[in-house]
Write a protein that binds this ligand. Structure first.
Ligand code: NAD
Ligand code: LMR
Length: 340
């Protein structure tokens, strides 16, 4: 349904019909890192979203320009750009949803964990400000390594006394978007009708697509499933290598980030049966404290963390194999937040 919304947005010759949602509640959304490779197209997509009434674009620099540009698009939201740390509070005040794509991207040869040293500090300071200026906002964490930045955010919020585990999400939607695209190609299926849950985390083997639960379900060979799994796990690296030093996925990530943000807003607005795969605090799925799985979204953020369902033997092996790396990335984030 969300994909259909964005697709019909792109088809629309006039944005006028998106004004028709003035009956939906006022929602303020902030993008932190809005002048970056993801931030700019994500800001545009959030400007196109009729559920947003106020769009706050924050970055260290460059956001007045991005905001002026985006603000000319004839859709519902009012856009304001904020640049520099002294404007962060104003950017965040009253936010219902904060999306964080701030931080450095990978270059060829790097893992997401190689970004930890820079991005951990960025996320920590942004989350400190969130706990002060909009402690009740839903947070969508895009900055890598997501397997560590989400635990960092949780610890920062705990220290500030504002932690609500139902409102903190690591955005893993791009893994789902990729799994659907790659699967549709091999299954010869209409991609708009394909569904593939992706669980675990967001780095290498911690990304576990569950093709045994994909729909539709043609009879794909084990070798094809293995290759699809590997391609989904390496999707980010595929883009990093193709960009050859000019960053990582930005456009597909903006699309995925906009889909996930839209799902969170729909949940907040009381739309029933909004289910997405996302990396959240999790106690029912595995022994790990954070895990990506299907989650039902609602007025309070997470309404229900859903279980893994039946796994194939190959997926069971993948699940056991990912646990040590995911555990260590989570612990690294927690340690950082409590040490520094
Ligand atoms: P980019 O370098 O193009 O943009 C990052 C932006 O963050 C820049 O504009 C920079 O000024 C800003 N920034 C840095 N420090 C900041 C701070 N303290 N406050 C506010 N803004 C700050 O990078 P990008 O390509 O947009 O990627 C951003 C992050 O998203 C990276 O960490 C990347 O690895 C991650 N990413 C995650 C996913 C995912 O699936 N979760 C997908 C793609 C990229
Ligand atoms: C992705 O999956 O594209 C992002 O996590 C960026 C990266 O470094 O691969």
């Amino acid at each position: 349904m969300r994909t259909a919304m964005l697709r019909s947005l792109l088809r629309s010759s006039s944005a006028a019909r998106w004004f028709s949602s003035s009956s939906s509640p006022e929602r303020k959304v902030a993008v932190l890192g809005a002048a970056g490779g993801i931030g700019q197209p994500l800001s545009l997509l959030m400007k196109l979203n009729p559920l947003v009434s106020s769009l706050s674009l924050y970055d260290l620099a460059g956001t007045p320009g991005v905001a002026a540009d985006t603000s000319h698009v004839n859709t519902r939201s009012q856009v304001i750009g904020y640049a520099g740390e002294d404007q962060l509070g104003k950017a965040l005040e009253g936010c219902d949803l904060v999306i964080i794509p701030a931080g450095v991207p990978r270059k060829p040869g790097m893992t997401r964990d190689d970004l930890f040293n820079i991005n951990a500090g960025i996320v920590k300071s942004l989350c400190t400000a969130i706990s002060k200026y909009c402690p009740h906002a839903i947070v969508n964490m895009i900055s890598n390594p997501v397997n560590s930045t989400v635990p960092i955010a949780a610890e920062v919020f705990k220290k500030a006394g504002t932690y609500n585990e139902k409102k903190l999400f690591g955005v893993t939607t791009l893994d789902v978007v990729r799994a659907k695209t790659f699967y549709a190609g091999k299954a010869n299926a209409n991609v708009a009708e394909v569904n593939v849950p992706v669980v675990g985390g967001h780095a290498g083997i911690t990304i576990l697509p569950l093709f045994s639960q994909a729909t539709p379900q043609p009879n794909l060979s084990h070798d094809v499933i293995k290759a699809l799994t590997k391609r989904t796990q390496d999707g980010g690296t595929e883009v990093v290598e193709a960009k050859a030093g000019k960053g990582s996925a930005t456009l597909s990530m903006a699309y995925a980030g906009a889909l996930f943000a839209d799902a969170c807003l729909k949940g907040l607005n009381g739309v029933p049966d909004v289910v997405e795969c996302t990396f959240v605090q999790s106690s029912v799925v595995t022994e790990l404290p954070f895990f990506a799985s299907k989650v039902r979204l609602g007025k309070n953020g997470v309404e229900e963390v859903l279980g893994l369902g039946n796994l194939s033997d190959f997926e069971k092996e993948g699940l056991e194999a990912l646990k040590p790396e995911l555990k260590s990335s989570i612990e690294k984030g927690i340690k950082f937040a409590n040490q520094s």
